[in-house]
Design a protein around this ligand. Structure first.
Ligand SMILES: [Zn+2]
Length: 373
């Protein structure tokens, strides 16, 4: 079977469809929980699956350092190692080299860096990044790119984008074709429309299984991010999936789906789950707040996760106050469930041609805030 995306319905620029992969089908638009180092933090693979998640993300940078790509390969690949038989997308490692690694040196061929774990020296090139992702058994591999710094001048963004396009061609050439596996290119170009269009054209000419928009959610703000999508998305092939990397809040997702994005990943639901921040149909709550100490209601009455069906807000507040492990575990589960329910409802709304009305209703409930009773 070949890696493909089929469109089932459109509503304005929004699309509902399905990815067909070697590891199963995935309905889009889809949100990928982030499984940084071979685990979605604080959750078992079964728990992640129970939320409806079908596609998760793994981080090449973390996995190449620990336990190492050869070790993951010897253990049967990432799917087998972490008991996730479904599809997995891995990033190229480039973003984390830039944001986490110590002492790094970028040259035309690749990047040399020191591990943030033990200071050991490593090198990533387009070819080695794709090779590592193949050893991890990634269903979807990402081309190595340079995530352009923000802010950047147009000249800096242009040079950076041009480098990423040369690396994109090398990444594509290094990818070995396997049935049901794919490789995505990444549009760069900062906030400059002409550079984004040039990048989209360069990637389309190379030809990928899907196209990501990178270099956003790095401090430019939502309005500028949506502006880049308005320019970039129409320039991408209509019959391939489009992935907005590292985004975002539920409101970001609504806006980006409405602009034609099909795939997302972000650490927000899992990271927030560890810091007592709850995403709900009534907006975002901080469960450390004293107002929850005697609140015997479920966190979100509309949610079917174990936290919302079996525990009170007061119990969750207590767990975080005492720094009990179960607090982050339960709230991560809830937040991942919230994001999956949120995307399921968006997919249904697109199929029924009522995305705009759905988005307005969702935003109105957030604005109302918590039920005062
Ligand atoms: Zn819940």
């Amino acid at each position: 079977m070949s890696f493909s995306w089929t469109c089932a319905a459109t509503d304005g620029a929004a699309r509902a469809g399905a990815l067909s992969t070697a590891h199963g089908e995935v309905e889009t638009p889809v949100f990928m929980p982030v499984g940084t180092a071979g685990t979605v933090k604080a959750m078992t693979a079964d728990a992640v699956r129970s939320t409806g998640a079908r596609l998760i993300l793994g981080n090449t940078y973390h996995l190449m350092l620990r336990p190492g790509a050869d070790r993951v390969f010897a253990l049967g690949g990432l799917h087998r190692m972490m008991d996730w038989p479904g599809p997995i997308l891995t990033d190229s490692g480039g973003y984390q080299v830039m944001s986490l690694a110590g002492l790094r040196r970028l040259d035309a061929d690749g990047v040399t860096f020191r591990s943030h774990v033990d200071g050991s020296s490593h090198r990533l090139t387009p070819e080695s990044s794709i090779g590592i992702q193949e050893k991890l058994d990634a269903t979807i591999s990402m081309a190595l790119d340079e995530c352009t710094a923000f802010p950047a001048t147009e000249a800096q963004a242009s040079d950076s984008m041009a480098l990423s396009m040369r690396w994109a061609a090398r990444s594509r050439a290094a990818f070995s074709a396997r049935p049901g596996y794919g490789v995505f290119g990444i549009v760069q170009g900062g906030v400059f429309p002409a550079l984004r269009l040039e990048s989209a054209a360069a990637l389309t000419a190379i030809g990928f299984h899907g196209y990501a928009v990178g270099g956003l959610a790095v401090g430019e703000g939502q309005e500028a991010m949506f502006g880049v999508l308005d320019i970039t998305v129409p320039a991408l092939p209509a019959d391939k999936p489009r992935y907005l990397m590292g985004v975002g809040t539920p409101d970001d997702l609504l806006g980006a789906v409405g602009r034609g994005i099909d795939m997302f990943d972000c650490v927000i639901p899992t990271r927030a789950g560890r810091t007592a921040r709850a995403y709900t149909t009534r907006g975002v709550f901080n469960l450390r707040n004293a107002r929850f100490a005697d609140d015997a209601r479920p966190l979100d009455a509309t949610c079917a996760c174990p936290l919302c069906t079996r525990h009170t807000r007061a119990y969750l507040h207590h767990l975080f106050r005492c720094e009990e492990m179960l607090g982050p575990m339960l709230l991560t589960w809830h937040n991942v469930q919230y994001y999956q329910d949120f995307m399921r409802d968006i997919r249904a709304a697109i199929r029924q041609g009522r995305l705009a009305a759905h988005a307005a209703a969702v935003r109105a409930r957030w604005a109302e805030g918590d039920d005062p009773s």
